[in-house]
Design a protein around this ligand. Structure first.
Ligand SMILES: Nc1ncnc2c1ncn2[C@@H]1O[C@H](COP(=O)(O)OP(=O)(O)O)[C@@H](O)[C@H]1O
Ligand SMILES: [Mg+2]
Length: 298
């Protein structure tokens, strides 16, 4: 897995977070204005989430309330279960051999794992964008039209749907004259925005993103970050990132996970702290969070 850290020289001017231990410097990007009041509404809620891969307990005891039209960042060292938790949020772990999910996962208060639930509909309403851009071997247009077509959405004019989704993903101006060309001709950053357009074309409520910028250069990363902030006006966004500057820049709330070894040497991921992002990066309650965000562990 390759992680491309943004070149800080290209990141907009940064300021210290008041009270931040060891002077972590992050671009606040107007986050003060975006700090939500009160508790998250729990549009998706986890209660006592536990996930096994066969007999290996990867994640245990996770309680989390996600807020709608917020960006929630899941952070923590590699292997602490961030992707595992994220995949529980639209039943993507159903597709992982050996994965078993226990506990409660609700969406608008309804059990997402109830037998009568239509999994395809779950994934339409809770879309996912992956680490590596994964456009289909089709034209730009057909990538975006794919979801509405296969889910049989009543869309009216497909050209309009495609344009709206590409505009929503801040890609329209770059591709409007080559919609019939292969998606593979786009740059990595454009491909990732195309994947976001493909996701929003099916009108989801929630977009899950698993390290969506880790294969991108700093400029493409900055564009996706701007886009996330824009998208959060309409959608609920839950993002896994190994990049703490990114979590600090874009998210409203941050959940920090870690995986300490038990007496049998088993590493099970646990949620350590979940708070407003300014608090996590400015004044974390838990020593492990502080050690991680200041780069002393992980
Ligand atoms: N498909 C899988 N099969 C078996 N073990 C897995 C699988 N996916 C992840 N794991 C294990 O579960 C733990 C959590 O992994 P993951 O959720 O990918 O962590 P993170 O995203 O935080 O790096 C790790 O120990 C990892 O090796
Ligand atoms: Mg991961």
């Amino acid at each position: 897995m390759t992680h491309v850290e943004p070149d800080l020289a290209t990141v907009p001017e940064t300021v210290g977070v008041p009270g931040a231990p060891h002077g972590i410097r992050v671009d606040l990007g107007g986050r003060e204005d975006r700090t939500p009041a009160g508790e998250p509404d729990g549009v998706i809620e986890l209660r006592n989430l536990e996930v096994f891969y066969d007999k290996f307990r990867a994640v245990s005891g996770v309680d989390l309330l996600f807020g709608s039209q917020e960006i929630t960042a899941l952070i923590g060292p590699s292997g602490c279960g961030k992707s595992t938790v994220l995949r529980c949020l639209n039943r993507m772990n159903d597709l992982v051999p050996g994965a078993h999910v226990f506990g409660d996962v609700t969406f608008h208060g309804a059990d997402m794992y109830a037998p009568e639930v239509d999994v395809i509909e779950v994934r339409r309403r809770i879309g996912m964008v992956f680490q590596k851009p994964n456009p289909f071997p089709k034209s730009i247009y057909d990538n975006v039209a794919y979801g509405p077509r296969v889910t049989g959405m009543k869309t009216g004019n497909m050209d309009d749907v495609v344009e709206q989704a590409l505009r929503g993903a801040a890609l329209w101006d770059e591709v409007k004259d080559k919609l019939k060309q292969s998606a593979f001709g786009l740059s990595g950053g454009q491909q990732q925005r195309l994947c976001i357009a493909r996701t929003i074309a099916t009108s989801p409520e929630v977009i899950l993103m698993d390290e969506p910028c880790s294969a991108l250069d700093p400029i493409a990363t900055a564009k996706i970050e701007d886009l996330m902030v824009e998208l959060a006006k309409t959608y609920t966004i839950i993002i896994v990132t190994h990049n703490m500057q990114q979590a600090a820049r874009v998210s409203h709330r941050t959940a920090f996970f870690t995986a300490a070894a038990d007496e049998h040497g088993q590493r099970t991921g646990r949620l350590v702290e979940y708070e407003l992002t300014g608090k996590i990066f400015g004044n974390p309650a838990d020593k492990r969070t502080e050690a991680y965000i200041t780069g002393r562990f992980g």
